[in-house]
Design a protein around this ligand. Structure first.
Ligand code: WTA
Length: 644
């Protein structure tokens, strides 16, 4: 089996599927010919208080306006909870698997509904109103899903900050969206270690004066200070709250959440998603991509701090009445067989993870996988970064025993849900290709000038028209939204990714073409890491680029120029790594720091990152044109002292 392999849909997978190959083709055609009719029909898959009469109203030009179902009224929590109560109130909604293998819990739809209502009432009692922003800084515990849905219940807009982010990163995000409430926990658990969430939160709150209240989940029972009047225990406020909470009527285009994500420049952007289109998109894609069938156990290993957790642990699966697994731990704790043990324990049917996890596990060989059964798995998924054919084939052969299709799902925080991906029961697979667009998605490739490219070719990946789940704006900065996504190629949504399209129209995503890094599936801007580095008193200048990394996909390579008189020592190198971890979080730790007496700059002072990327990748024989450099000798110096 090679990366040229084609894997047709197996009859046993296609049988009984909601969408087979012919169904997929027909649906794609219908969505193309009559988008309004198609999406009006699809909109019935979510619960409305007032169904929409206007379907699509969007433009990628000028001011860029994107509206879907704009006169509809709904509440996302009703689609995820209330409407399931009659038919499957006693079905498990969430299986929680703790970091420690001895711990787990099952929560039914009825219990989840009650917990959401109680927290929603508790938030109201603290004065939180529709439209207010609420920040969640939580571990992977059931309360994270409860808090998201409780916000949705009262029309508050949640903003989740990944539990691995530093106090500084948390406070920037609290301040930017003017959160009035923070929901956190005493501590989190990950890989046998504790994460000091409340302590970090206290630090962050010093510079986030608008936060009036903090709700704290007692998770580990660790001793944490509580500030009277501001901090409240979750169990106290929820036990005191009524168990029923009327869902707030929400307009289709009212915001559901903000999620901060990194771009090529500046500080992270508050990507804003609204209610109906997003919910519909997550439900639609979750059903068809994974061929989710009622009663199945579905597990996405992401963290709710990232968009994958939002769309494919919480909103999509719960809207579809699925049983969704929430995993607090990591793939290699207590040992590297953990994923597969959890699969067997909970009889997981659909398993969705990131290439970085596959590559890390692959390094440990087949043994840890083979000692488990995995017979329950029907469908495998991949998300977050390009999956190399070698990892794809290992996942297919060893984990899925050539029985389970792999859906390699391409999408972004901005897209709300999957845009390019095989459908488990409908698409012939090619290892390493995200294959074809979903119905209603119009991708295209353009050259550097924005000219559309035809046929089998390679170029910049753009999307030509809007789909219901796409982001609507950057929170309170519509200009930045237009600038970031619609100005490079006017009239088109620019993804920031490059891609190749083959003779069959299949897409092969090649990765970011901008200054965004993807480290172990975590998205980071080089500018953020650079500004953390230059905030150190001994650093004069820094340039950060990605470098190829066997496990992480990309590693972080930093070139650092020290202030005059500072000694470039190994101790300082360690100090800078620790500094970046403290400033941003452990996920941003540089893998390599090279002392750079000078950086390659053009005569106008612009750093030539292209050259720095080549040096980091050790591709120094093909540096390209260096004649425009102000001082070409710095390049030789950098090549000579390359690290790693
Ligand atoms: C990359 C994660 C190749 C891509 C859902 C994109 C992928 C960025 C894939 C978004 C995939 C995501 N194949 N690349 N299947 N999925 N990416 O916002 O570069 O954290 O632009 O969303 O991840 O990362 P984000």
């Amino acid at each position: 089996m090679t990366d040229q392999t084609r894997i047709p849909v197996k009859p046993e997978i296609a049988q009984g599927a909601s969408l087979d190959a012919a169904g997929f083709q027909a649906m794609t055609e219908r969505a193309r010919q009559d988008p309004d009719g198609f999406w009006a029909e699809e909109a019935k898959r979510i619960a409305w208080m007032k169904p929409p009469t206007i379907i699509k109203n969007s433009s990628f030009s000028g001011d860029v306006q994107i509206k879907w179902f704009e006169d509809g009224v709904l509440n996302a929590s009703v689609s995820c909870l209330d409407r399931h109560l009659e038919e499957r109130g006693d079905q498990t909604a969430i299986i929680w698997e703790g970091d420690d293998p001895g711990t787990d819990a099952k929560v039914t739809y009825r219990e989840l509904h009650e917990r959401v209502c109680r927290l929603a009432n508790a938030m109201k009692a603290l004065g939180v109103k529709k439209g207010d922003r609420v920040t969640l800084y939580l571990p992977m515990i059931v309360e994270a899903a409860v808090a998201m849905l409780a916000c949705a219940r009262i029309g508050a807009v949640h903003s989740i900050v990944f539990g691995g982010f530093s106090p500084d990163s948390l406070s920037t995000r609290l301040v930017d969206c003017e959160s009035v409430l923070l929901i956190t926990a005493d501590e989190g658990r990950r890989g046998g270690r504790k994460v000091a969430l409340k302590t970090n939160a206290d630090e962050a709150l010093k510079s986030a004066p608008l936060v009036q209240n903090v709700i704290v989940v007692k998770n580990t029972g660790g001793d944490v200070p509580m500030q009277a009047g501001r901090d409240h225990w979750y169990h106290d406020v929820t036990e005191a709250a009524p168990r029923e909470c009327e869902p707030e009527p929400i307009n289709a285009e009212d915001p559901l959440f903000i999620l901060y994500t990194s771009g090529s420049t500046g500080k992270p952007k508050g990507v804003l998603h609204t209610t109906a289109g997003y919910l519909l998109w997550t439900a639609f894609t979750h059903q068809h991509v994974f061929d989710y069938r009622p009663g199945e156990v579905y597990w996405c290993t992401a963290d709710v701090g990232w968009v994958t957790g939002h769309s494919y642990i919480v909103y999509g699966p719960l809207a579809n009445g699925a049983t969704t697994v929430m995993f607090e731990g990591v793939p290699n704790y207590p040992d590297n067989s953990r994923f597969w043990q959890v699969v067997d324990k909970h009889q997981v049917n659909i398993f969705y993870t990131a290439p970085t996890a596959i590559r890390a596990l692959m390094r440990d060989g087949e043994g840890p996988v083979k000692k488990t059964s995995r017979k329950s798995i029907r469908i495998l998924g991949s998300v977050g970064e390009p999956i190399n054919p070698e990892a794809w084939l290992w996942y297919y052969r060893v984990v899925g025993e050539e029985r389970c299709p792999i859906v390699d799902t391409w999408w972004q925080t901005e897209t709300g849900g999957i845009l390019i991906s095989p459908l488990a029961a409908a698409t012939e697979l090619k290892p390493g290709s995200a294959t074809l667009p979903l119905p209603g998605v119009l991708p295209a490739l353009v050259d550097g000038e924005g000219q559309l490219l035809d046929g089998a070719t390679e170029g910049n990946l753009v999307i030509l028209d809007s789909w219901p789940g796409m982001m609507r704006t950057v929170f309170r900065d519509h200009e930045r939204f237009i600038q970031t996504y619609f100005s490079t190629f006017p009239g088109k949504y620019f993804t920031g990714d490059g891609a190749r399209r083959d003779e069959d129209g299949y897409y092969w995503i090649t990765g970011r073409v901008d200054d965004v890094l993807n480290v172990s599936g975590h998205r980071m801007g080089t500018a953020e890491i650079e500004s953390a580095l230059v905030a150190h008193p001994k650093v004069a200048e820094a340039a950060v680029v990605g470098m190829p990394h066997d496990i992480k996909g990309q590693g972080i390579y930093a070139y650092v120029t020290l202030n005059a008189g500072e000694e470039p020592t190994d101790a300082l190198r360690k100090e800078l790594v620790a500094w970046v971890r403290k400033e941003i979080g452990p996920i941003a730790s540089p893998d390599a720091i090279q002392w750079a007496p000078g950086l390659p700059k053009t005569r106008s002072g612009k750093i030539m990152r292209r050259i720095l990327r080549k040096i980091a990748a050790n591709e120094t024989s093909a540096l390209g044109d260096t004649s425009t450099l102000a001082d070409p000798t710095v390049v030789e110096e950098l090549i000579e002292n390359r690290v790693g």
